[in-house]
Design a protein around this ligand. Structure first.
Ligand SMILES: CCCCCCCCCCC/C=C/C(=O)SCCNC(=O)CCNC(=O)[C@H](O)C(C)(C)COP(=O)(O)OP(=O)(O)OC[C@H]1O[C@@H](n2cnc3c(N)ncnc32)[C@H](O)[C@@H]1OP(=O)(O)O
Length: 394
């Protein structure tokens, strides 16, 4: 009974809006005439399309397809019910039986609709080379792909160690907003090349508008607040795949991620005092909570650089992998995560983040205010000038 109920719920969800399932087990249909147009040819085409699916649509969808196919070709289920231990045949029988007296034509139409709703998988089988991702275009500083339930945002300025310039701040926000609405289950940030990211691009300090440095600092504080806000509010699990060294804001933001996987080549460095600056990315709040106030002080005030192992021991990193197997091991794991039921994943993230969201926004606003003042200080100006005139590096 439970299985039949589940199959009925599935069949109900797969109905187009013009079909209303109003009772169980007898299915009543309110159908408009245009919804009844799937011909035998359409039905056969859909059967062929199913064979071309690149991605396994999962057991729920396969059961629905099976039930609709049987209903469309043989009519209502009149087979004897399989025994309770014949799990697979019983699930199939339950799914078919749950369709009740659904007419053959309606089942054929539902089958065609269901197959066409799987079209993203069909598109990826026909339009994309095997093994390649669906890529979003329109980004200069990122590569954004979506595949297997994972949206991957890759920092893509490897020659500049993936330093985050103004354009990249905007593009990351745009990519996160798109990822929050797409059909992916998890979102991953990673870097192209040998660095994860060297943090804020220090040339951001050189682009001073006619309103002067004060106006630049004010605009930058607004930008930073909005940028960090996107991480605070991101509704799906956000996972960092830290492929190499991370500096500054690319480290502090990790406290807002849901999991951080690091290569053993990665390091974590927040040299804010050296740069005449102060912590951002909510790290003044998240780091002491994650790693104890004393350890956070060493990083955020004294600029201690952590190895991946140290960052893991202090709770900033979830797990460290040898660089030689890093990509393989991490992506295998992420693909498994992305197969989890999407609603449960999203709701769990909300339950975890909800309690902290308001506090995080308050912290973010305070950090940006403080930084706005810091950017106007001689300490900060000297540090930036020294880097840009190549007098200093980290
Ligand atoms: C008036 C107010 C304006 C404010 C605007 C701010 C907006 C928001 C700010 C948010 C707060 C963020 C804070 C931070 O992130 S602090 C951390 C900043 N990052 C750094 O200080 C790193 C600086 N880089 C280095 O020390 C070294 O480059 C590094 C150790 C990362 C690598 O050294 P390596 O020797 O291996 O490589 P190169 O130095 O030769 O680097 C290759 C090229 O990449 C350029 N590069 C690298 N990192 C940066 C960077 N962060 N900013 C700008 N450019 C960077 C480097 O210059 C080389 O370029 P060229 O090949 O052209 O010389």
């Amino acid at each position: 009974m439970a299985m039949a109920y589940l199959a009925w719920r599935l069949a109900q969800r797969s109905c187009p809006s013009s079909l209303q399932v109003t009772s169980f087990p007898v299915v009543q249909l309110h159908m408009n005439r245009t919804a009844m147009r799937a011909s035998q040819k359409d039905f056969e085409n859909s059967m062929n399309q199913v064979k071309l699916l690149k991605k396994d649509p999962g057991n729920e969808v396969k059961l629905k397809l099976y039930a609709l196919y049987k209903q469309a070709t043989e009519g209502p289920c009149n087979m004897p019910k399989p025994g309770v231990f014949d799990l697979i045949n019983k699930a199939k029988w339950d799914a078919w039986n749950a369709l009740g007296s659904l007419p053959k034509e309606a089942a054929r139409q539902n089958y065609v609709d269901l197959v066409s709703s799987l079209s993203p998988s069909l598109e990826s089988s026909s339009q994309v080379e095997p093994g390649t991702d669906r890529k979003s275009t329109g980004f200069e500083t990122l590569v954004v792909t979506s595949e297997d339930g994972i949206t991957k945002i890759t920092f893509n300025r490897p020659k500049k160690k993936n330093a985050i310039n103004t354009e990249m701040y905007h593009e990351i926000m745009r990519a996160l907003k798109a990822a929050s609405k797409d059909d992916s289950i998890i979102t991953v940030l990673t870097g192209n090349g040998d660095y994860y990211s060297s943090g804020n691009d220090l040339t951001n300090f050189t682009d001073i508008p006619p309103g002067g440095v004060e106006e630049k600092a004010e605009n930058s504080a607004v930008l930073l607040r909005e940028f960090v806000g996107c991480f605070i509010d991101f509704p799906k699990p956000l996972i960092a795949v830290v492929n190499g060294p991370a500096v500054g804001i690319s480290v502090t933001l990790l406290g807002l991620f849901d999991a951080v996987y690091a290569s053993d080549r990665a390091t974590f460095h927040t040299p804010f005092s050296h740069l005449g600056q102060s912590p951002e990315g909510c790290s003044s709040y998240t780091f002491p909570k994650i790693m104890s106030p004393a350890k956070a002080t060493e990083m955020l005030i004294f600029g201690k650089k952590l190895t991946a192992g140290e960052a893991c021991a202090q709770g900033l990193v979830t797990e460290v992998f040898p660089d030689s197997t890093f990509q393989k091991e991490v992506w295998t794991r992420l693909k498994a995560f992305a197969k989890l039921p999407p609603n449960a994943v999203r709701i769990s993230k909300e339950v975890i983040r909800k309690r902290e969201r308001e506090k995080l926004h308050t912290v973010n606003a305070e950090e940006c205010n403080v930084l706005q003042g810091r950017w106007l200080s001689d300490e900060c100006t000297n540090a930036v000038v020294n880097f840009l005139s190549r007098k200093s590096k980290l």
